[in-house]
Write a protein that binds this ligand. Sequence first.
Ligand SMILES: [Mn+2]
Length: 424
Amino acid sequence: MKILHFSDTHVSHRRFRDVRDAWKISNRVTWIEEDYCLGFKKTLEIAAETDYDYVVHSGDLFDIPVGRYLAGPTEYSRTYVIKELKNFFEKTKYKVPVIIIDGNHGSYLTRNYSTIEFIQAAFPGNVYTFTNYQLKKAILDNKPLKLEFDEVVFFLFPYFKFGRAPHIEKSYEEWLRNNQQPDSSKISIAVAHGMQRGEDLHSLLFDFSYDYVALGHDHKQGSTKTNAWQSGSTEKHTFAERGHTKGVLEVEVQKGEVPKVTPRKIETKRKMHQTNITLTTQTNPSDFEEIIREKIKAYKEKFAGESATRFKIKIDGSVLLSNWWSMEDILLEIQQEVFTDAYNILEFRWDSYDLSKRAPISHEKGAKIHEYLIDDPVDDFERYIRSLGLENEDQARIFIDMGAQIIDEVFSGPIESTQEEEEE
Ligand SMILES: [Mn+2]
């Protein structure tokens, strides 16, 4: 049995900030949006040219809605997906089932509805979709979430962050043991969206003896175990993926044997370039401007959407705050210039998360007092509670412990950045 495994197509991905205001087709589709459509199309072209028995998509078919961003996929993208699927089914005489699960992208936070449902409605009997809500219902009803054919059973695992709380993890594990164990006589395939063990990917998926585990969510292609592979995304999504080779997986599965997995490459046309700049407190704004201008020199050619580059500057080191303000102005100015026809750049962005911004010298005394105050915040807090002279020792202890816990979370937890790149 031969399946084509793909994932994380993120169709309808759009960018508004730090992107040139340019259409591929005026008022119809933007360049980046089209790039993601192409990943979907190229996969189905590969799928149609070989005799696959099944095509499996392991989540994040559409990029939006995601989290609190409630806009659905554009009409352009929806139509594109339907047209490409219709093409595929016609070429393969409606004989190859397409199985799609929900990832963390593409379902509505405020409604129990996923964007993959209309695809199933368009091709009932050919497309099989499994949503986050079907998963929740299966858990509550203690019923399996599977799809059975003559020679194979697919076990479906749409995205679910079960690691959020211990009681959720426990009921998820119970549901897995009760309902999702491989079939003993047929080929068994698990399809899951998740990457972090204990968080959104359960270790039982690797302990159960599935013949193949088709994973999604990690945009980097690779195997987790000999029988478990992430197929990776079909288009470069974040700048961290700029060096990835993108593709899909051809999987030959036989009952009880290690599957034969062959990566099939997808050419992504959009270039992504990231450049790093390390600043020191000695770097002044005009040096900075010179460095940036040097970096973009190579892109000084007439804008052409097909070949335009996505460009990012990563800035680290340390800088005086007053200098940084001027540097940000310079970056904005250069961005305006870069988004004219004089440069072949589509996206121009920078991040300074790893740059430490120092107060001017005259303010540094204040900073030192601040540092002293949080030298040992737990001790400080206990001293403060004691200074209140509470008579009830138990109550004082509760306050002190609670404070210690909060301080620990605040000071040792990861710093959540508000503008970091999109999630996978
Ligand atoms: Mn994902």
